[in-house]
Write a protein that binds this ligand. Structure first.
Ligand code: UD1
Ligand code: CA
Length: 455
């Protein structure tokens, strides 16, 4: 296999974003722009991947830590040609592919097609025809139709400005060709920069053929410069995801009001109402219905479950036939057995809820294990935290916890036990018994309320 070096340019400031965060770390579908590019790059199994950094270099290093990339620092931004040259000492003897950290949706197949054209006498250039080419470098072709140069907007004549075939910036060549051309770039142009685009003319002049390829969709090569473009690309991307989901048979109340920030896989006959956000890896099995304005993150919901509106579900696994919400908050480590029900204003965390058990209203159940058929009344709290450590509450099968009880962990409620409403339970309760831990009701008869003074 021939070596492949991928160079990703990400040194620019992105000043039009007006942000403390470097442009390429802004997120599209919940993932940094540069990470989208890296994921497409890694799919090509490159020998090495270089990220050229400058503005926000430390933030970029931190954000990309642990990934198989090396960094090349471009201290001063003297143009795209100068940026690529910063990685020159690190690349090998095969092909070099140049990508941009702010062009997030580039697809691996498009890049592969471009790379396939590269050899000792051919280079590859990705171009796109745009109805409004403003700002882009224009592709100049000779009478034979061969690409012979790129002229930047700011350097273009009136005739050249009329060209609609544009430079995407993405190109590929052998490292030998690139190393030969880079030292020949000059900054004698309108922007006083070393333009990478000038390699096209150098290639053409020495008889190296410039082969052009086009992306499947113009979205692939759209770059981000400001927040408005960012928002537009996000919507376009989300709308593609929504189309794909509907093709797979998912019913969406409104494909324009869905946000997937990660991967969402669905079984048959899943219905998703408006305004839902899916983050990380989410799986909805057959017949799951998600009510409006719910947020589901890194969770799997078993068949025929219903999540009613405004619920937030994170790191949760439901076995199926579960009913969640409205207004439920399932925090990490929630495990629902078949038919378990979590109702409105209930918060769970690290909680196993057994088959058919119900926590219907206004409760907090954390660090707890509930058996089958348990009924937790309204306003029940598992007091799992003593100010220093977390403790567990165990509620065995068929226990009944009366409303507004506080279960002070560690504590065990035995099978079939009943806890009277309003109890503060500090000791274990034996199975099949009644625990009452509240002050006795007293009564004074007759009793009349004091009357209001009349002055
Ligand atoms: C560049 C191309 C233009 C093309 C357009 C596509 C050049 C000279 N022009 O123009 O033909 O149509 O992209 O979007 O290449 N960067 C660095 N260091 C630098 C300069 C730039 O890392 O010194 C990075 C930027 O962070 C950015 C990318 O390179 O991600 C492109 O730079 P930018 O200045 O935006 O290029 P354009 O003027 O848009
Ligand atoms: Ca520029």
């Amino acid at each position: 296999m021939q070596e492949l070096d991928i160079v990703i340019l990400a040194a620019g400031k992105g000043s039009r974003m007006r942000s403390q965060t470097p442009k390429v770390l802004h997120t599209l579908a919940g993932k940094p722009l540069v990470q989208h590019v890296l994921d497409s790059a890694f799919a090509l199994s490159p020998t090495r991947t270089h990220v050229v950094i400058g503005h926000g270099a430390d933030q970029l290093r931190d954000a990309l830590e642990g990934q198989n990339v090396s960094f090349a620092v471009q201290a001063e931004q003297k143009g795209t040609g100068h940026a690529v040259a910063q990685a020159q000492s690190q690349w090998g003897s095969g092909k070099v592919l140049v990508l941009y950290g702010d062009v997030p949706l580039i697809q691996t197949d498009t890049l592969r097609a471009l790379l396939d054209q590269v050899d000792d006498t051919h280079m590859g250039l990705l171009t796109v025809t745009l109805s409004d080419p403003t700002g882009y470098g224009r592709i100049k072709r000779n009478e034979q139709g061969e690409a012979v140069a790129i002229v930047e907007q700011k350097d273009a004549s009136r005739d050249e400005l009329a060209i609609t075939e544009c430079n995407t910036g993405i190109m590929a060549m052998t490292s030998e060709q690139l190393s030969r051309w880079l030292p020949k770039l000059s900054d004698q142009n309108a922007q006083g920069e070393y333009y990478l685009t000038d390699v096209i003319e150098l290639a053409s002049n020495e008889g190296t053929r410039v082969c052009t390829a086009q992306p499947q969709s113009a979205l692939e090569v759209e770059g981000i410069n400001n927040r408005a473009q960012m928002a537009r690309l996000e919507r376009a991307y989300q709308s593609q995801l929504a189309e794909a989901l509907m093709e797979q048979g998912v019913a969406l109340a409104d494909p324009a009001r869905l946000d997937v920030r990660g991967s969402l896989t669905c079984g048959e006959d899943v219905f998703i109402d408006v305004g839902c956000v899916f983050e990380g890896k989410v799986r909805l099995e057959k017949g799951v219905r998600v009510g409006p304005y719910s947020v589901i993150k890194n969770s799997t919901l078993g068949p025929d479950s219903t999540i009613d509106s405004h619920s937030v579900v994170e790191d949760t696994v439901g076995a199926g036939d579960n009913q969640i919400g409205p207004f439920a908050r399932l925090r990490p480590g929630t495990r629902l057995a078949r038919g378990a029900k979590i109702g409105n204003f209930v918060e769970t965390k690290n909680a196993e809820v057994g088959e058919g058990s119900k926590i219907n209203h206004l409760s907090y159940v954390g660090d707890a294990r509930l058996g089958r058929g348990v009924n937790v009344g309204a306003g029940v709290i598992t007091c799992n935290y003593d100010g220093a450590n977390k403790h567990q509450t165990v509620i065995e099968d068929d226990a009944f916890i009366g409303s507004n009880s506080a279960l002070v962990a560690p504590v065990l409620i035995g099978a079939g036990a009943t806890v009277g409403a309003g109890s503060t339970v500090t000791r274990d309760v034996d199975g099949h018994s009644l625990a009452l831990a509240r002050s006795q009701q007293t009564q004074k008869t007759p009793w009349s309320r004091p009357a209001k003074k009349t002055s």
